[in-house]
Design a protein around this ligand. Structure first.
Ligand code: NG6
Ligand code: CA
Length: 508
């Protein structure tokens, strides 16, 4: 395949060092890995004051740049991942909320994407781990044939996938277009409405479970865990939850080894620390914090294993590693893993209110760390306002690539923030909570939460405040990061400004 990256970069950088010989040219192009972890809260990482040991993630910060004002585009997975990949706010069109596995692809071929930009710049591109953005064109996915369109049609050359989430069927891996290890004589059928097949369910046979459900999650049992949805067949293809972290690392390292010097882009998506929190036996009980803490340690192990593999291949120096999370933290998200009871002095929410699903800060303000030894100064902290939407435009700018600005309309070039060369970032960001509620945050700290339903707590995760009210709310998160003092009465002019600015973004 055509890989124009070296020329492009040399052209963009003028008399940049290393544009003379092929070997030197190649070493100038950084590999890029984004580790997009699942449901990791701002306070879950050691360097963000977490109490669970995360030495490997902490080391990324000690050797790189740590952000204190970075935002996932939404407070749940599907819209955040949609926006990360497309540079468009997910709320601009309906139907981009938490997806079941069998829904059509939310990103259809022809849509501008971050991996497509990287691919045009000459990168080998891959996605490993959680997908959760649907497959196919319209009908329910047929898991027994070629599954497409999917990631391979929107800019990824290689895919090893968890189709949706680790709590949803089908509990099988998909490699490129096909379910891995599928026996054609035992075809898969998936249904999110009614029971299919004769596997036991959590509601009929709770005595078979290795972890009890608390809310939902009581349908087909595979590997001793009842899931969201029903599934028939595919017995030989079923994953063992305990092995997922190891399998994803193995697939990533295999991919490094297949590149032979071609720069690569990897969208690496652990299922950690999403429910069900079933970790490998070697991590079970390793912390006093229960399965949630153990899974955080497993995630940290994953980060360390990837770093070590890069180091052993002499790739670490010139690889950009981004560690962040798709949304904020949650304790009980549907299984009895005693996350709340075993929290001790660890606080995943840091000093923020809300959590996963919420319009309040803990919903989408996430840890974000970038390490790139060849370029980024060690041990710096950035307060720049940044949103995951911006990777697309920022990397396009760095690589001298153009992109479809009408499609990726919300992506802004903040490359200088990413390498720690500038302190001011975005002027504002829109935060998306569940139930379509939006908030608008400005870099002076003022935050407007638009009116929503009267639901005060997330109905299926009752410890989390939604932050919703039926009337306008205004906070200043610099002075009041916990969003306690509503400034609507005090600052009517600022409220009007923010409402107006949000409306402009919506109308854009
Ligand atoms: C919710 C699930 C939750 C989780 C979430 C998606 C219930 C009661 N809750 O519907 O457990 O799977 O969807 O999480 O079913 S996310 O991180 O992928 O957005
Ligand atoms: Ca998530």
């Amino acid at each position: 395949m055509n890989r124009p990256i070296l020329l492009t970069l040399c052209a963009a950088a003028g008399a940049m060092n290393g544009c003379n010989g092929v070997a030197e040219k190649q070493s100038a192009i950084p590999n890029v890995i984004i580790i997009y972890s699942d449901d990791v809260g701002y306070g879950d990482v050691g360097v963000y004051d977490g109490k669970i040991p995360t030495p490997n993630i902490d080391r990324l910060a000690q050797n790189g740049l740590m952000f204190t004002n970075a935002y996932a585009p939404a407070a749940t997975c599907t819209p955040s991942r949609f926006s990360l990949l497309t540079g468009e706010y997910a709320w601009r069109a309906p139907g981009r909320n938490v997806a079941n596995a069998d829904l059509p692809a939310l990103i259809q071929p022809g849509k501008e994407t971050w991996p497509a930009v990287m691919q045009r710049a000459g990168y080998a591109t891959s996605v490993i781990g959680k997908w959760h953005l649907g497959f196919g064109e319209g009908n329910v996915t047929d898991w027994n044939g070629k599954i497409n369109p999917g990631p391979l049609e929107i800019g990824f050359e290689y895919a090893w996938l968890i189709p949706a989430t680790n709590d949803r069927v089908p509990t099988v891996y998909v490699e490129d277009h096909y379910v891995v290890n599928l026996d054609p004589n035992d075809p898969i059928e998936v249904n999110f409405q009614q029971r299919v097949g004769d596997r036991p369910t959590g509601y009929d046979n709770p005595e078979l479970l290795k972890m009890m459900y608390t809310v939902g999650h009581n349908q087909t049992i595979t590997n001793g865990i009842s899931r969201i949805g029903y599934m028939k067949g595919g017995e030989a293809a079923l994953w063992r939850d305990e092995d997922i972290a190891d399998v994803l690392v193995e697939k990533a390292v295999d991919y490094f080894d297949r590149q032979n010097g071609t720069p690569f882009f990897m969208y690496f998506n652990p299922v950690d620390i999403h429910v069900p929190r079933i970790v490998h036996e070697r991590f079970q009980g390793i912390t006093p914090f229960g399965p949630r803490g153990d899974m955080m340690v497993q995630l940290d192990w994953t980060v360390g294993a990837l770093v070590q593999a890069l180091e052993e291949r002499n790739l670490l120096e010139n690889t950009i590693i981004i560690f962040t999370s798709d949304n904020g933290p949650v304790l009980d998200d549907g299984y009895a893993d005693f996350a709340a009871e075993k929290l001790g002095d660890h606080n995943p929410f840091a000093h923020f209110r809300g959590g996963k699903y919420s319009a309040l800060e803990a919903g989408s303000r996430v840890p974000m760390i970038i390490q790139w030894p060849a370029k980024i100064e060690k041990g710096k902290v950035s307060e720049a306002l940044f949103c995951h939407l911006d990777f697309l435009a920022s990397f396009a700018a760095f690589l001298g690539q153009d992109f479809d600005r009408e499609q990726a309309m919300d992506s802004q070039d903040h490359w200088e923030n990413l390498i720690g060369a500038k302190e001011t970032g975005r002027q504002s960001v829109v935060q998306q909570a569940i139930m379509g509620v939006l908030a608008y945050l400005r870099d002076d700290g003022y935050k407007y939460i638009a009116p929503g339903p009267s639901t005060r707590f997330v109905p299926w995760a009752m410890e989390i405040e939604t932050g919703f009210r039926t009337e306008d709310q205004l906070y200043n998160i610099i002075e009041d990061p916990s969003e306690i003092v509503d400034l609507v009465e005090q600052n009517p002019e600022i409220l009007l400004e923010l409402k107006d600015e949000l409306q402009k973004v919506i109308n854009q």
